[in-house]
Write a protein that binds this ligand. Structure first.
Ligand code: NOJ
Length: 551
């Protein structure tokens, strides 16, 4: 039986940066509501909002202090109800970001756990050790150790995989699991259509009494993924959670964020037999060329070239392995990585071709707001703007000027990818009448208003692409990679006697590609191309979609 999300085209909105409606410089729910006609015209049918719950904003909303209320800078519950109703009236589904691995240290559970050593909420979190000594050498994803001394001064420490203001929940505790299920059901009862389940692969931890084997010094904290990612208890604890949600709300889309999951884990998490997620987002899509690495440079200053042959291999493996299992998530960017135009595409022809390559594969497109305009990363001029403690240290030790180091980091980092949406040519591009919460130097990119009147614009291209994506052949047609050289990525989708060919030139040289003989018509293109009976010539970075009945 098919579900709405089998045909989803999802638009990811970073609420703080999309549209401000009250002049405080922070995007809000009413702003999103005003832009429903734009979303409709773009051709998407679902939106995913990054967290909108009450939060001190240490990690821009991923530090939740109250799951049952909207952050007052972003809106009110009444505005959320209106948004849900108006989205639904426009045929757009709503997916909320649901943070289950940790809360804010300002959440009442954590506050009580600290204020009262006998609180039932003490066991909602992971307290361990004594004499203020960290129980092990595990490192946090945000730098430093995962341990922070208990503010109550008990000599114990609490566990935080991300910022120290984001204590991890103790999923071993059945009360925690039930409490999170209550939260999910509260929102589903309100009518939302899906949950993007944040960092779910980290809810189980190995025995805390072990150090992670390392050559680093005894005092150094080291990333210890095998001790806190994808452990068997993740499935044991989440399966009932997902089953209960599906039992009460069968049409809920469960989209799990599984950053380090490989394709086999993706199968484990999404197969029907698993009864867990419908789809997962992996971070393993974009391998970098290792030979371009300079071992003497910190990661933030490395040049980051895509390893295209590996990328092609990866994509094909994900397509084939998940075939008959679940829908892969198709994306080029999100709030945790540099924008595709800055990171990979570098010019409009390439950005269009890469979009057709990615989104016409089998799976669910997830488009990061502004990608459809070709928006780029902002350029920051001060280390503070990155809200990342590792940036200042990197700049300080860089073998280049601070200005140059900040330029490089701005092209790699996630924060400059979260800039305000470029709506029009008014002040602050129509995003706010106030002072935008995040600003930096912007690349000259035409606004949505300008692009909507230009037939060759990126925006018009994305509209055409999404219209194509709705054809059955691009929804459920068979996928087959054609054997071409490393500079080209060519695949077919076949359905009901028809074949579509998607051809993309990954290089800046003109390329020729042999295609199965047949009669074709062109559906979409970017850049130069020439089609003859059994061959296509693609100009630099060009892309083409053909549809035909081949012999
Ligand atoms: C993954 C989110 O995408 C990221 O932005 C956040 O910092 C971490 N999870 C922690 O919630």
């Amino acid at each position: 039986m098919s579900s709405w999300y089998d045909h989803a085209i999802i638009y990811q909105i970073y609420p703080k940066s999309f549209q401000d409606s009250n002049g405080d410089g922070i995007g809000d729910l009413n702003g999103i509501r005003q832009r429903i006609p734009y979303l409709k015209q773009l051709g998407i049918n679902a939106i995913w909002l990054n967290p909108v719950f009450v939060s001190p904003q240490v990690d821009n909303g991923y530090d939740v202090a109250n799951y049952y209320a909207i952050d007052d800078k972003i809106g009110t519950m009444a505005e959320m109800d209106d948004l849900i109703a108006e989205l639904h009236a426009a045929g757009i589904h709503l997916i909320l970001d649901f943070v289950i691995n940790h809360t804010s240290d300002q959440h009442p559970w954590f506050k009580d756990a600290v204020a009262n050593p006998h609180s039932i909420y003490r066991d909602y979190y992971i307290f361990a050790g004594h004499h203020n000594q960290r129980p092990n050498n595990w490192g946090s994803f945000f730098g430093g150790t995962v341990w922070e001394p208990d503010p109550a001064g008990t000599g114990q420490s609490y566990f935080h995989l991300f910022d120290k203001h984001m204590p991890d929940l103790n999923w071993k505790n059945p009360e925690v699991r039930l409490s999170m299920e209550d939260v999910a059901k509260y929102w589903l009862a309100k009518g939302i259509d899906g949950l993007r389940i944040d960092a779910f692969i980290h809810i189980a931890k190995a025995n805390l009494a072990q150090n992670f084997p390392t050559n680093a010094g005894a005092n150094e904290a080291v990333l210890a993924e095998p001790f806190y990612a994808n452990l068997p208890n993740v499935q044991k604890w989440l399966r009932p959670f997902c089953q209960h949600i599906k039992a009460d709300y069968p049409e809920t889309f469960l989209l799990g964020e599984a950053a380090s999951a490989n394709v086999n884990l993706a199968v484990d998490y999404t197969s029907q037999h698993a009864q867990m997620m419908d789809s997962v987002i992996t971070f393993r899509y974009f391998p970098l060329r290792q030979s371009a690495n300079d071992v003497n440079k910190p990661a933030l200053l490395q040049s980051e070239d895509m390893d295209w042959p590996e990328f092609k291999k990866n994509q094909t493996i994900w397509q084939q392995t998940l075939s008959g299992v679940s829908q892969p998530v198709l994306y080029w960017g999100n709030h945790d990585m540099a924008r595709v135009m800055t990171r990979v595409a570098h010019n409009a022809i390439s950005a269009k071709s890469l979009a057709m390559l990615m989104y016409l594969q089998r799976g669910i497109p997830v488009i990061y707001y502004g990608e459809e305009l070709g928006m780029e990363n902002l350029q920051f001029t001060s280390p503070d703007q990155f809200q990342d403690q590792t940036v200042a240290a990197t700049v300080q030790h860089a073998d280049m000027s601070e200005t140059d180091a900040l330029k490089v980091i701005s092209t790699h980092h996630k924060m400059p990818a979260r800039g305000p949406m470029l709506w029009n040519d008014e002040a602050n591009h129509g995003f706010t009448t106030g002072q935008p919460w995040l600003s930096g130097q912007e690349a000259p990119v035409a606004s949505a208003a300008t692009q909507s009147t230009d037939e060759d614009s990126m925006l018009k291209f994305y509209q055409q692409l999404f219209a194509l994506k709705k054809f059955p052949i691009f929804q459920s047609g068979d996928y087959c990679l054609l054997p071409t050289d490393d500079d080209t990525f060519v695949y077919t989708r076949s359905d009901a006697g028809q074949t579509a060919i998607v051809l993309v030139n990954l290089s800046s040289q003109t390329k020729r590609v042999a295609i199965p003989s047949g009669k074709y018509r062109e559906l979409l293109s970017s850049g130069q191309h020439e089609v003859s009976a059994e061959r296509v010539e693609l100009g630099a970075n060009g892309g083409l979609v053909l549809l035909g009945n081949h012999d």
